[in-house]
Write a protein that binds this ligand. Structure first.
Ligand SMILES: Cc1cc2nc3c(=O)[nH]c(=O)nc-3n(C[C@H](O)[C@H](O)[C@H](O)COP(=O)(O)O)c2cc1C
Length: 484
């Protein structure tokens, strides 16, 4: 039932492509109970990690599979983003410059198209038949509070007083055969919609897509503007609308070729302890807290369904590379939209989970330019959540090269005047440092480090003691056999 004018976000089409590119490895016999998670975690620490497709998972029928590490290479990320084949990181970053701005601008032209049927309805569980344990949801890390069926998932919800459908990636823990915990951090769009329903005393409809083309969770896991539906944004990337079917229970839309969709309601007052969970910054943060419970009343799935797994952990982790690439591209756009000129580059470092340690390089044009860039980097819509260190460097420094960045911090700052601290910024209950913060709500403080040469001494600042570009080039050419 392939409709060429729409895209059903079929994971299996993408897997065929990944296999052809040599980017997919099959793994048979790994246990859902910690083994699959540990394999995935060690895999992404390798230099060139392939995507892993796990099958023959003990206790489950052959064909019930789990995919991990899908977005962890430049080649796969470029194929997921439909920007042509970019085997190198540098090529991908270059290709993506300005793209998020274009996708966002075109998103309104790509309303999802509702179709009557799709492969997702091949099997339906309802009433007493609903059993979340019929899928090999992994116990990812040793200290997790339960099995997380939702990591690389898309949580579909709707606003209370408008037609806005939001699609966000939030972790989903299985409580029992028909209940899950849903951890939406305050301020995230799903959480805003949930709060409105709870205040009005109304049940909150939820459909959770556990597997489709990885473009789905890649986009639902980044900051698409408030009020915009991620399906539109995905449509703009694909240059065709996403084809969706409607859930039989809630009417919520989800891709017609989804692998597994679980559907139900979060009822007012129904919350339960959820977590802990090994998170993207590398910790099991804070203490286990309560989160909304979703009572699952329907499960739809394809034959031989595939769970899209994307387990966080100490970086580099399953999705830290893709988040660094995506958030860096979004931050360049955000800075430009806020009127910051001459942005040479931005890098949201994997060591900070692409949130907590971000660097912008600029060609300084005027007094105050550097602080302006760094403060906006730290506070703009894409960057504010959990930002901790925002560093601005001159354009002779590669913002993605930690060695260079820290050299600039070490040699071009005077801590007394070059570090600004913003208090009571946007933090998170999932911040490992929240344990020591003095606030009653999830604030954090933010350091802005201006590691540019002081603008008022730009021309007197000591010259860099390094062979000039020309001398380097000439020397490399003549001594290639020695220098490589
Ligand atoms: C694999 C993965 C897991 C995530 N888990 C959570 C989570 O449990 N809770 C949360 O609030 N955000 C989580 N995020 C981050 C959100 O997906 C991200 O902030 C996104 O912008 C949220 O969508 P929204 O902007 O529509 O709220 C996760 C992201 C990824 C990629």
């Amino acid at each position: 039932m392939t409709d060429l004018t729409t895209d059903s976000l079929d994971l299996r089409h993408w897997l065929d492509e990944a296999r052809t590119l040599g980017e997919l490895t099959d793994v048979a016999g790994a246990d859902w109970n910690l083994e699959l998670g540990a394999i995935s975690e060690l895999n992404v620490k390798k230099e060139r990690p392939n995507a892993l497709l796990f099958d023959e998972i003990p206790g489950y029928p052959k064909g019930h599979r789990v995919l991990t590490c899908s977005t962890a290479s430049a080649a796969r990320l470029s194929s997921i983003l439909r920007v042509g084949h970019e085997a190198t990181h540098r090529g991908l970053v270059q290709t993506l410059r300005g793209k998020p701005k274009q996708w966002q601008a075109h998103a309104p032209e790509y309303e999802p198209v509702t179709v009557g049927d799709g492969p997702v309805f091949e099997h339906v569980q309802a009433g007493d038949d609903v059993d979340l344990f019929s899928f090999p949801a992994p116990l990812w890390h040793e200290k997790d509070g339960g099995r997380y069926i939702g990591t690389g998932c898309m949580v579909v919800t709707k606003d209370l007083d408008s037609a806005w459908v939001n699609v966000g990636t939030y972790r989903v823990m299985i409580h029992d055969r028909n209940h899950v915990g849903l951890d939406m951090i305050p301020g995230k769009h799903g959480a805003i919609q949930y709060d409105k329903h709870m205040k009005a005393g109304k049940p909150f409809a939820v459909a959770i897509v556990i597997g489709c083309d990885p473009l789905g969770y890649l986009i639902s896991g980044i900051e698409v503007p408030y009020g915009m539906c991620e399906y539109n944004y995905i449509g703009a990337i694909l240059r065709k609308p996403v084809s969706v079917v409607q859930g039989q229970l809630t009417g919520l839309p989800f891709p017609s070729a989804s692998e597994i969709v679980i559907e139900g309601y979060a009822h007012p007052g129904d919350v339960k302890v959820e977590g802990p969970f090994g998170e993207f910054h590398g910790y099991y943060p804070g203490k286990a807290e309560t989160a909304p419970v979703v009572t699952i009343e329907r499960i739809y799935h394809r034959s031989n369904p595939i769970i899209m797994g994307s387990p966080p952990a100490k970086p580099p982790n399953d999705y830290s590379y893709s988040k660094a690439v995506m958030r860096s591209a979004l931050l360049v756009d955000a800075l430009q939209a806020a009127g910051v000129p001459d942005v040479a580059g931005v890098w949201a470092h994997e060591i900070g989970g692409a949130r907590m340690f971000n660097v912008v390089s600029i060609r300084q044009r005027y007094a105050g330019h550097a602080r302006q860039a760094a403060h906006i980097l730290s506070q703009c819509g894409v960057g504010a959540y959990m930002s901790r260190y925002s560093i601005v460097v001159d354009d002779d420094i590669d913002p993605a090269n930690l060695q260079e960045v820290m050299w600039a911090v070490a040699t071009r700052t005077d801590p007394d005047i070059d570090i600004d601290i913003v208090k009571r910024g946007m933090g998170s209950k999932n911040d490992p440092m929240s344990i020591a913060n003095p606030y009653k709500a999830p604030f954090n403080s933010k350091a802005i480090i201006d590691a540019c040469r002081p603008y008022d001494f730009l021309h007197e600042f000591p010259e860099v003691a390094e062979a000039s570009k020309e001398l380097q080039q000439k020397t490399r050419a003549r001594w290639e056999h020695l220098l490589g």
